[in-house]
Design a binder for this molecule. Structure first.
Ligand code: PGA
Length: 266
């Protein structure tokens, strides 16, 4: 972490809690975040419950000043049209989102999303004032072949014009594919090396005005017991959490770890 960037912890619920249980989980997360200072919290529920979650979080925010952001897990780059099964940036905004996760490795691997498509989505999200969380990361095969930085920087470069135009409002999430949902986590030093390389690329292409404010999250089997060591790294500005975000105690542990590093723990 670096005092110039507010840590961000985002929970990616994937295809879980798309109904009433999603509302319950969001309210529990809001309660947790009330105890913390200096950490930004975002949840990314399935589309079916986005509007309801955003609305109840907003009501809570009005009553008690709790602030938890809501993210879509994906979107189309067009505003509207004949794209069965898709949702657009204005629709996410209408539902109460301020964030959207883009190019998650599951989207890239299972649904054929390319660097170019992710770049178009990133641009569209920013045009509609959504903060994109752009995911990048190498497979185990690519890591073993020594291609980690080549792959990750290629993915970052594809979205670079949009990242530059965002002037720090976009977020990058480095998620090694082999660490997602596997319980295998990158060592803090390995993760820091990739994060530093991403920031160096932002500096080279966009200068300090882009490289300093842009937050780079780590994702891949982040749990309460490994969060602190990861988040303590200079260029790791938060976490994108999958499995552990479905469990209030575990997500709370990760939030506490982040808050402790910035002196805002309960
Ligand atoms: P995980 O997922 O925390 O379950 O590994 C992370 C992600 O896919 O964003």
């Amino acid at each position: 972490m670096n005092p110039r960037r507010i840590p961000l912890i985002a929970g990616n619920w994937k295809m879980h809690h798309g109904g009433a249980s999603g509302l319950d989980l969001a309210l529990e997360v809001a309660k947790l975040s009330r105890e913390l200072r200096g950490v930004e919290v975002v949840v990314a529920p399935p589309f079916t419950v986005l509007a309801a979650v955003a609305q109840s979080l907003e009501e809570l925010a009005e009553q008690r000043g709790l602030l938890v952001g809501v993210a879509g897990q994906n979107m189309h780059f067009e505003e509207k049209g004949a794209f069965t099964g898709e949702v657009s940036a204005p629709m996410l905004v209408d539902a109460g989102c301020r964030w959207v996760i883009l190019g998650h490795s599951e989207r890239r691997q299972l649904f054929g999303e390319t660097d170019e498509l992710v770049a178009r989505k990133t641009k569209a999200a920013l045009e509609h004032k959504l903060h994109p969380i752009v995911c990048v990361g190498e497979t185990l095969e690519e890591r073993t072949a020594g291609k980690t930085l080549e792959v990750v920087l290629r993915q970052v470069r594809a979205a670079m014009p949009a990242l530059i135009s965002a002037r720090g409002a976009a977020v990058i999430a480095y998620e090694p594919v082999w660490a997602i949902g596997t319980g295998k986590v990158a060592t803090p030093a390995d993760a820091q090396e990739v994060h530093a390389a991403i920031r160096a690329e932002l500096l080279k292409e966009g200068g300090d005005a882009i490289a300093t404010p842009t937050r780079i999250l780590y994702g891949g089997s982040v749990k309460p017991d490994n969060a602190r060591a990861l988040l303590a790294q200079t260029d790791i500005d938060g976490a994108l959490v999958g499995g552990a975000s479905l469990d209030v105690a575990q997500f709370g542990g990760i939030l506490q770890a982040a808050a402790a590093l910035v002196g805002g723990a309960a």
